[in-house]
Design a protein around this ligand. Sequence first.
Ligand SMILES: Nc1ncnc2c1ncn2[C@@H]1O[C@H](COP(=O)(O)OP(=O)(O)OP(=O)(O)O)[C@@H](O)[C@H]1O
Length: 324
Amino acid sequence: MANFWTPLHTRLETTVKKGQLLPKNASLLVALSAGQDSLCLGQLLLDLRSRWGWQLAIAHCDHRWSYDGGLVDHVQKIAEIWQLPVYIATAPPMAETEAKARQWRYQALQTIAQEQGFNYLLTAHTRSDRAETFLYNLTRGAGSDGLSALTWLTSLTPDIFLVRPLLNVTRGETFAFCQSRELPIWYDRANENLRYARNRIRQELLPYLQTNLNPQIEKHLAQTAEILEAESDYLYSIARDIFRQVIDLDQKRLDRSPLQILPLAIQRRVIRLFLAQYLPSSPNFAEVESVVNLITGVNRNATSSLTGKIRVEVQQNWLYISYQ
Ligand SMILES: Nc1ncnc2c1ncn2[C@@H]1O[C@H](COP(=O)(O)OP(=O)(O)OP(=O)(O)O)[C@@H](O)[C@H]1O
């Protein structure tokens, strides 16, 4: 073993093998914010690169926020030290909100992966992020899909996978690793701002729960997310197969009769897949419920009005999409 080898290297290798996250000789694009988590991920991948034959590069998203001055140069210096290609995406002017920035960032990272021919996009989300996201989504109302958010492996396109290989590593561990390797952590001042719900969860809610409820809260929340991820994948695969059997895309209709004997959990998922084809944004709980009620509804002229002037109408055994 090389002399830089640490238990984190072993853990990452075990994770990658066990979850079949990254194959040998794959081309990996690492999303580098230059914070402690992504620096840790970048260094670990560099260390493992020759054992796995990976081709590595860095992608960075420049939000052009006022307090980020100098960050792009910093990222470019890291790329130079690591001798890796670096791709920078620059944001158009936009409101400084977390949600907008995140949406743009994922799109920009995917575009770089597509244009430069990378099959794997890697982010450095940690177990701590997973626990925070779990709590955040719980407070906003979510099913098992939402609560298992931040999954290990997601397909973005048929050729590009989003992989989060550090989901079993804590933020404390990434910090210790960066310190031991003297990696130049960029301190993100946005993390201080308690205007953002995420920061309040990180700095106030989780420490409160740790002290007053359960010192291992972060680990347990992440485990719950893990359990829900497997259950939600399983239900999704069943729902997707049924959806394919009952959908008539050309006619914009769905055969409701086979659904009538199925459990509510599957009915909801099939309806969600149906509505996702036509609604301008992801269907909300009330929209899904209103259409689920039409599956068994005896009133054959029943309708449900949804976002974007879209309606679902019952006509005999079919649920039809129509426009107002
Ligand atoms: N500006 C950036 N450029 C490239 N990658 C980034 C950037 N910001 C974040 N990332 C990637 O996303 C990971 C998570 O960062 P952060 O928690 O700040 O993002 P987030 O998108 O808000 O998280 P979430 O997906 O949990 O909402 C980082 O470890 C890094 O891999």
